[in-house]
Design a protein around this ligand. Structure first.
Ligand code: ASP
Length: 359
């Protein structure tokens, strides 16, 4: 599925797809397949970000046992939320600037077009499960901070300390080296372990989207967001239309990477819309990145969204799956992978990319 594009190739392909999509719409087809038939072809697929190979395996196991696709993707990402070694999600996630772990998550279920999300929730290691409860047990879409925590406790979740020693030490190192005009003194360590070298802001997330044999689409995105963020900062992951979007007639899309760049363009919604116009999942992801890249050029220099040659300075990835079970992913800068289970096997694949990273 993965393909490398130069910008010029992509613009050409995009133009061609634009024409094809109009034709597809006119015939009431979804990229050549009538919608009713597409839902009954029995295809099962699970797609996730590059840290999601265990997630796609778990989710596919559940789909094969006739499980619900939303339960399947949530069970998949729970493995990563529970894993202290993934420092971008759930337990062990990197904390905010005050050393507190704040998590964001959203879920969306295609058949009912409903969603749930929590943002800046503390002390609950599986925010994706709480997001599902927001969807099922409230008539709201998003709960934040203390309200989200109270809601989780009301449903029997237990408060846990999510800050592992590894994440705490990484945070401490960052804090101690922020300035030489404060009272913090970094430890004199000659060779730092890799996890203590995270002095820059880092990020990471898991997104997982699936279609089951009945054509039901669902998705989840869960994250600890940007490391060292301002307390209360909410990224794209819990924002429906940004970090996740599902339209059961078309497909699903999710994202990882700089949330602010995503939120400003409602980008997962864009990806799904582009698929609805007839683009392949990969083309829809690339076209969305192209738009984001263009918009970044309008940003004031203070936001530092552009590098020295005027291209986006940030990473952003999209993962997409359509109603036919076709999937694809693309990243702003080359070098990312995504995970997929096609019903036979799981594997990591190269994402297509908009800009080529220097080797
Ligand atoms: N999208 C996440 C956020 O901005 C971070 C990431 O995926 O890298 O919170």
């Amino acid at each position: 599925m993965s393909q490398k594009y130069s910008r010029r190739d992509f613009i050409k392909t995009g133009a061609a797809m634009g024409t094809a999509s109009l034709m597809g719409q006119g015939r009431g087809l979804l990229a050549g397949i009538p919608r009713a038939a597409a839902a009954s072809i029995g295809i099962m697929r699970v797609v996730s970000s590059g840290n999601g190979i265990r997630a796609v395996d778990k989710a596919m196991e559940i789909l094969k046992n006739n499980g619900d696709p939303l339960d399947a993707v949530i069970a998949g990402v729970n493995i990563v939320e529970d894993d202290p070694n993934d420092m971008s999600v759930g337990y062990g996630g990197l904390p905010n600037e005050e050393g507190e772990v704040e998590l964001d998550a959203s879920v969306m279920y295609g058949p009912t077009h409903t969603s749930g999300a929590v943002a800046a929730i503390k002390n609950i290691k599986n925010p994706s499960k709480v997001a599902k409860l927001v969807m099922d047990r409230t008539n709201h879409c998003l709960l934040v901070g203390k309200g989200a925590l109270k809601f989780a406790l009301a449903h029997g979740f237990k408060k846990e300390n999510l800050l592992t020693d590894k994440a705490r030490e990484a945070w401490l190192r960052w804090k101690e080296t922020l300035s030489d005009r404060d009272n913090w003194l970094p430890a004199q360590i000659k060779k730092l372990p890799e996890e203590l070298q995270l002095l820059m802001m880092t990020h990471g997330t898991i997104n997982c989207i699936a279609i089951d044999a009945q054509g039901r689409l669902a998705g989840v995105t869960t994250t600890s967001g940007l490391s060292w963020k301002l307390p209360g900062r909410v990224g794209d992951s819990p924002i429906i239309g940004a970090g996740l979007y599902v339209d059961n007639n078309i497909g699903a899309a999710g994202s990882t990477g700089l949330g602010e760049a995503n939120i400003r363009t409602c980008a997962s919604f864009q990806v799904v819309n582009f698929m609805g116009q007839g683009m392949s999942p990969e083309q829809a992801c690339l076209k969305t990145l192209e738009k984001i890249s263009e918009k970044a050029k309008l940003s004031p220099p203070s936001l530092k969204l552009l590098n020295a040659v005027g291209l986006p300075s940030f990473g952003l990835n999209f993962y997409a799956l359509n109603k036919k079970g076709e999937f694809g992913a693309a990243c702003m800068w080359s070098g990312s992978k995504y995970a997929v289970h096609d019903g036979q096997k799981s594997e990591l694949k190269e994402c297509a990319f908009l800009h080529k990273s220097k080797a």
